[in-house]
Write a protein that binds this ligand. Structure first.
Ligand SMILES: N[C@@H](CCC(=O)N[C@@H](CS)C(=O)NCC(=O)O)C(=O)O
Length: 220
C-alpha cells in the first residue's frame, strides 16, 4: 500500500491515516508530495481523476485490482475493514458510535480552530484565541467529557485503546501544544499520551527535519 501525504510539519490531514497505520502496525510505503513546492500532487490528481489533496491511499498500485482512496476518513474506514484484528474502532457498539460521532464532527467541523491555528509541529508561541476559536476549544472540552463518562477499557486514549478517533484529533494535540491553547485536564492527559507515542515522535523528528516553509501556515 502506498500512502501519499504532504509536509509532516503542516499537513494535518496526512497525519491522521499515517499515525493510525503506524500505531496499528499496518505496513505501507509513503510518498511525500510537497504541493506548494512541486506539481507532483497535481500530477497524482490528474492520473487518478481525484482532487489535488492528500492523503491518498493506493492499494495494489499499478495492479489490475488497484484501488484509490482519497479521503482521510475513507482511508481509515478501509483500514478498519481490511485489518479487523487491529481494532481501529472500539469493539463495543456504544463506544464505537461515540467514537464515530466525534470523528465525523472533526472531519466536518472546527473550522475556526483549523483556519486560525494551522497545524505547525515546529511552532512554539502563545496566541490569544478569538471568540470563535474559544467556542471550538469549549466544544473540545465537552467532547473529552463525553469520553471521560463513557464505559471503556483502561488506557490513555479517547476510547481507552488507540483508535481512529484519536487519529482524527491528533492534529489538535499539535495546535493546542504549539499555540499554548487551553482545553481541559482530561484533554491534556490525552495530548501528553499522543505526544509520547513513539510513532508521533518519529513524525515530529521528520517535521523538524523538513526545510520547506509555508508562510500561510506561519501564524503571528
Ligand atoms: N477532506 C479531506 C481534506 C484533505 C485536505 O484538505 N488536504 C490538504 C492538506 S492537509 C491538501 O491536500 N491541500 C492541498 C492544497 O492546499 O493545495 C480529507 O479528509 O482527506
Amino acid at each position: 500500500m502506498q500512502l501519499y501525504i504532504a509536509y509532516k510539519n503542516y499537513s494535518s490531514w496526512s497525519l491522521r491515516p499515517w499515525i493510525a497505520m503506524k500505531v496499528a502496525g499496518i505496513p505501507f510505503d509513503e510518498t511525500l508530495l510537497p504541493f506548494a513546492h512541486s506539481d507532483a500532487l497535481k500530477q497524482l490528481s490528474e492520473r487518478y481523476q481525484i482532487p489535488a489533496q492528500v492523503p491518498v491511499l493506493v492499494v495494489n498500485e499499478g495492479g489490475a485490482d488497484e484501488l484509490v482512496i482519497w479521503d482521510s476518513l475513507a482511508i481509515m474506514e478501509y483500514l478498519a475493514e481490511t485489518f479487523p484484528d487491529r481494532k481501529l474502532w472500539p469493539e463495543e457498539k456504544g463506544l464505537r458510535s461515540l467514537a464515530r460521532s466525534a470523528a465525523a464532527e472533526m472531519h466536518s467541523g472546527f473550522s475556526a480552530l483549523r483556519s486560525h491555528f494551522p497545524m505547525n509541529c515546529r511552532v512554539q508561541k502563545q496566541i490569544q484565541p478569538n471568540a470563535e476559536v474559544l467556542a471550538n476549544l469549549e466544544r473540545l472540552a465537552q467532547i473529552w467529557a463525553h469520553f471521560e463518562r463513557a464505559k471503556k477499557p483502561e488506557g490513555p486514549f479517547m476510547c481507552g485503546h488507540f483508535s481512529i478517533v484519536d487519529a482524527m484529533y491528533a492534529p489538535v494535540m499539535w495546535r493546542v501544544r504549539g499555540y499554548g491553547l487551553k482545553v481541559s485536564p482530561a484533554f491534556d492527559r490525552w495530548a501528553q499520551a499522543m505526544f509520547e507515542l513513539p510513532e508521533m515522535q518519529a513524525w515530529y523528528v521528520s517535521a523538524q527535519d523538513e526545510s520547506w516553509t509555508m508562510p500561510h501556515y506561519e501564524v503571528n
